[in-house]
Design a protein around this ligand. Sequence first.
Ligand code: ADP
Ligand code: MG
Length: 240
Amino acid sequence: MIEFKNVSKHFGQTQVLHNIDLKITQGEVVVIIGPSGSGKSTLLRCINKLEEITAGELIVDGLKVNDPKVDERLIRQEAGMVFQQFHLFPHMTALENVAFGPIRVRGAGKEEAQKLAKELLAKVGLSERAHHYPSELSGGQQQRVAIARALAVKPKLMLFDEPTSALDPELRHEVLTVMKDLAEEGMTMVIVTHEVGFAEKVASRLIFIDKGRVAEDGPPAELIAHPPSDRLREFLQHVS
Ligand code: ADP
Ligand code: MG
């Protein structure tokens, strides 16, 4: 589903990703952890072309992301993204936020889009909030709307960049539950998070990024119980 072949990323003179080789197959739930500034967001953003790689090759569901001819709208449709700051449209209700993508991106009719939006809001437990504006919703509810909105264009994979970091601890659970349900349905997911417990319970694979390199890659429970390197051990002590 996703293949990094010797991928590097520079911002000007600064190299932030170093020769990444990484294969993620359909249905995998991959959690990425690592220190602040290690390149986690950049790695994620390269997958849906919010950032351009500067060397190597990156293939997402058969599309060569670094090919200038490839349509980035197509890639964004394949790879839905959820951000730390929910980025909902403030002047639209929850329902309108979710229906927006299908109408704009897929050219769906209004009725069809609203029907789908209602189904997705039900899926994330927000049927009762369909006609509320983002400012009338809690952070956890807003993030669940953001997940429903990303799902509305029927992506083949979902990218999450610290989806619970902006939330109060007591609201994180409701977002993680929705993500766990998605994982159980077989969605391919790449999740940057500090929620090590979630990684242990839900992820099929844990990747530790350090200074722009894949430093560890393996089964979450094993890596967490027996960190193979001092760097990972120190990092885990820091976040838990
Ligand atoms: P993380 O998500 O792991 O905290 P990032 O991927 O956001 O790390 O950042 C990796 C490095 O790239 C950092 O040193 C950051 O300052 C730098 N960086 C990120 N985005 C940009 C940008 N748009 N321009 C220049 N430098 C950037
Ligand atoms: Mg980040």
